[in-house]
Structure formats: structure tokens, C-alpha cells
Design a protein around this ligand. Sequence first.
Ligand SMILES: Nc1ncnc2c1ncn2[C@@H]1O[C@H](COP(=O)(O)OP(=O)(O)OP(=O)(O)O)[C@@H](O)[C@H]1O
Length: 442
Amino acid sequence: MFPTLLLVDDEPGILQSLGGLLQDEGFDIKTAPNGFEALKRIESEAPDLVLLDIWMPGMDGIDTLKEIRKLDPNIPVIMITGHGTIDTAVTATKNGAFDFIEKPLSIDKVLITINNALHFQKLEEENRYLKKKNLDRHAITGNSPPVQQLRLQVFQAASSHAPALILGENGTGKELVARSLHQLSSRSEEALICVNCASFSPDRMEEELFGLEKNIASGSARHKGSIEMAHRGSLFLDQVADLPMIAQGHLLRFLEDGRFHRLGGSREIRVDVRIIAATNRNLEQEIRQGTFREDLYYRLAVLPISVPPLRERKEDIHALATLFLQESATRGKIKEKQLTPGAITLLRNHDWPGNVRELKNLMERLAISLTDETISEQTLKNQGVTTPSRPDPMAARDYETAMKLFSALYLRKQLAICNHSIPEAAAASGLTQETFQKLMDT
Ligand SMILES: Nc1ncnc2c1ncn2[C@@H]1O[C@H](COP(=O)(O)OP(=O)(O)OP(=O)(O)O)[C@@H](O)[C@H]1O
């Protein structure tokens, strides 16, 4: 996608010669002979940068700049003048001009200024994003076989540009996996934009993803959507099962040909974005219930990655708990707390329904609130960490009770392996869904 430049000058000669030179440099060029025309073109063409002559009849460059700022607060504007004085430079800068170029124009100077402005604009965008999301760069901690397998899957997926779908229960580390995938990919120098599909109403979701051309009715200013901001990088769609149906259709179209329109706009925009989606829901079930499009599912799930629940990688619990205690100590500038052997055993035996997030929250809370330097088994019990009591089938006296207990354990295990999907667990156990469900209910 070549950057689009809008040249605004009342001298047709300048528009033609400068436009031609910049076109040869690979820019997409639009022109306007005055301020009014420029504002219209900004509305209809959404250029990436404006080169604006300061001395024009009618609305001059400074007034045009002020109007542009109302329309789009972020677009970089470079002023061109033949009579550059300190006063006009100060006024233009106060009104948000990026830089000044004096006539007669040197193409080298023009190119350097344009590239600086575009580069600065990109850094600003990333900066805004980083500030908003406070990105940290954790690696996936753990050495259990499921986590080793997970790291391998992430590593392999990183060399592809195909969409990846990350599946796993709440708090297992899906977002961490998405970040790791982006960081390992050739897109790591570009932005990873995260969108939580559960946090927007259907209308706002479309705007968040695809951006908006100026909305006359509501008066909202034009802005880029997450897809456009992720150009050359990755877009992480968290809780993708919550994506409203209309947005699902538009996302599918975008995945098919990499093109989209901003909301209320007619210009077709083409970007290069790698989509990474995640969900803790069973999408196959959502498809059967008619809440998720099957065609979108197949587009997203080209590279499926499953993140195992913490109870299936108990070997990692000690390392994770220690990591979280270390991090809390560094952040709070306090002494790192130690776990007693009994506490470590109890942590390994707990079921962790909230997965890694639950463990992290607990460790952070204890790191800050405890006055003792060690965390004992009793301290953890006081915080509700328990060893789940699982009835042992072998301890049952009568055959019928033993079989019931065994059946319950077996079904629970199958469900855990199959990411809590009854259809998958039933198929894996060679049972019909009805039988599986019936056995679960008894
Ligand atoms: N293997 C890991 N190593 C280090 N930190 C981890 C690991 N897994 C998860 N975490 C941390 O646990 C917390 C929860 O992880 P994350 O937000 O990635 O989970 P999630 O599966 O995306 O959650 P949700 O389903 O609620 O969206 C985060 O602070 C994350 O950094």
C-alpha cells in the first residue's frame, strides 16, 4: 500500500511538476487547487499526508490547516511557502503543522521531510497504542511437555502469515501466546493491535475494526480502525466468539482479499495484516447454535493452537508461582517471598479453575500483603487453596458405586482433554453425545 499524498497549491505548474516527481518516487498523488477543494479531498480520499501551500487566494494555508485539524487531528501536514517568516512558521506549528518547506522546492528536501513525517506518524500511532495497552514482553514460562509442545506450535505458526486461532480456558495464557506469536514472526517490528470483541456494542465493533469516515450525523471525527493500524503487523481478536454477526461477515470478506471500507466511506483500503484470534468458547457449538459463521471459523482456524489448562501441567506451577513472586518483589521493591515445600505441594494439587491468572493474582496478593517472608501451606489454605477431594473408585465396597466413580473420573478427564467440548469428548470416547451427557448426569 503506497502512501497517499495530497498536494494543495493554487499554482497548477507546482501541482504538475511536484506531483510527477513524487509519483515517480512511488507515492499515490492527489491534488487540490485551494483549501476548500483540499478539505473535500481529505474527506473523500483520506490521504496519509498533506503538502499545503501557505499563500493561497480565498482560504489561506493557515485557515485550511485549522479546518484540517478539526477533520482529522492526526494527519501530518507540511506547509510550503515562498515567503517563510518566523511568524508564519510559529503560527503553523501552533496549529499542528509537522514542518515547513520553502520555495523554490528541492525534491531531496521534500522527500526527506515527507519520509520524516510519515515515520513520525507511524511512531506516534505505535506510541499511542503502546501507552494504551502497556505492552510487556513475557515469554511463555514452563517446561512441562504440554507447554513445550505449545512453544513449538507457536514457533512453527510464527513463520506463516496465515490466521491463527488460539483456544483455551479462561486465564490459560492465550493473549500471552498471541504476543509471543507476533514477537517471533517477521512482523515483530510492526504493531500488534489487540481488540477485545466482547467489549464493544455491534455498532462500535464495526467502527473499532474498520475505522470511520467523518460521521456528519454524530459529528464524530474520522479515524483509522484496528485493521488499518495493524498494517504490516498483527491484529489480535480476543474473545472472537463475541464478534457480532455483521462484523463477522465483514471480517470474512477482509480475510478473503485483504480489502475493506471504513464505515461510511467508499474508498477501498488494502492492508497486509496477520489475524490472530482467541476464544475460551467452543466455536463448533457456537456454529451449531447459529451464533458463529462456519465459513469464518474455517478461515480463522488455519493454524489452531490449544493452550492447556493449568491442572494439566502441574509441573509448571512451582516455576510460575516463583516467577510471579519475583516480579511482584521487583515491582514493589520488596524482598522476594519463598514458598515452603508443603505450600508447593498444595499449589500443585489445587485445581486452578481460573488457571494461570488465578495463580498470578494469588501470588501478587500474598507478595504484597504478607508480613512473613515465607508462604506456608496454612497461609495458602487460608486463601482458599485446597486439595480437591476426588473419591477413589478402588476404595468403594460395592461394584456399582466403584463403576459410577470410575465413570465420573473418566468423563471428567476426557472433557478436560477435549477443551470441555462435549461433542469432541463423546467422539474421543466412542460414545454418542446423548450417552455421554446421560452418563455425566448420573
Ligand atoms: N506460561 C505463562 N508464563 C508467564 N505468565 C503467564 C503464562 N500464562 C499466563 N501468564 C500470565 O497470566 C495472566 C493471564 O494470561 P492471559 O491474559 O494471556 O490469559 P487468557 O487466556 O488470554 O485469558 P482470558 O481467557 O481471560 O482472555 C497474564 O498476566 C499472563 O501474562
